[in-house]
Design a protein around this ligand. Sequence first.
Ligand code: KQY
Length: 362
Amino acid sequence: MIYFDTTPKDDGFRMPGEFEHHLGCWMLWPERCDTWRLGAKPAQYAFTEIAKAIVNFEPLTVCVSAEQFKNARYLLDGRIRVVEISSDDAWMRDVGPTFVVNKNGSVRGVDWDFNAWGGIKEGIYFPWNKDAVVAQKVLEIEGIDSYKAPFVLEGGSIHTDGEGTALTTRECLLNCNRNPDLNENEIEELLKKYLNVERIIWLDKGVFQDETNGHVDNLCCFVKPGEVLLTWTDDKSDPQYEISENARRALLNSVDAKGRKLKIHTIHQPGPLYRTREECFGIDFDTNAAPREQGDRLAASYVNFYIANNGVVVPLFDDEFDEPAIKIFEQLFPGRKIVGILSREILLGGGNIHCITQQQPG
Ligand code: KQY
């Protein structure tokens, strides 16, 4: 695998929208016991369900440690490719490569720096040396050449419309626990080069109490060029109201790279949801991992879904807002099958379906 010393922009490669065609999807396998309760068994079951939903639409590879290989192979649908790649946890969106494509359909990877969502002091766990080389290993397996981006970024902190526009949050990208030496203009310039976009739409904050420092993939995404979906609450006393309203105003006042005003769809959040006493039971304590405590507000959002070829895999929470959410997805994606999966177990680990997947275009 070659690392180019140019950028995707130099070479005419761009990050496509997630709604564009995929060659397949990548996931990791959960096993760390200070993230996932009860030896990660309930999480493994949830990942298995999501993997099965995805492989009905497109090829899927699940990367797993040597220790868990046989167990994962046994549990996962036979159509899924299982390969051995070690990792520190299971967030492929953030540790995997971002794929970029050119006009001829060639694909390259972007390999970002990773610091476990905030580095030694503020990150979620230490060490993260295995996570830091997952992208490179995926690209090696696929024989895809790559760009090494010279700054910290997780895939969950960006969305693109494939037509020159990127969406992100200041809370995450300008956080001093990511790239303390870079200001907003400098980050913009880097995003423009490595995603090959012309316009960045900045939202201030991500979902309330999101442990990623406000990843956009839990808050807002493109459903097609010119249209976004934003998590919402009608409850003005909920801190999420101000965050979503502020984002709505920023989106209203934005135009995309093609000069279009955005059509904004909102989707009511579930809950609010909190970690229960029972859900704290069976999480290993470790001073090198963020504590998970009873009563924690969970950053639950339907926006953390995955768009597959001909399908959409949507997180459900056994909540009164699940059914209206499914109806919204049916309206937004008329040509795709909507599959809802109960995903609270993944939410307990700090993310959701979008965070554990990474599409490979082609
Ligand atoms: O939002 C995401 N893309 C990932 C969430 C990672 C949470 C780590 N516990």
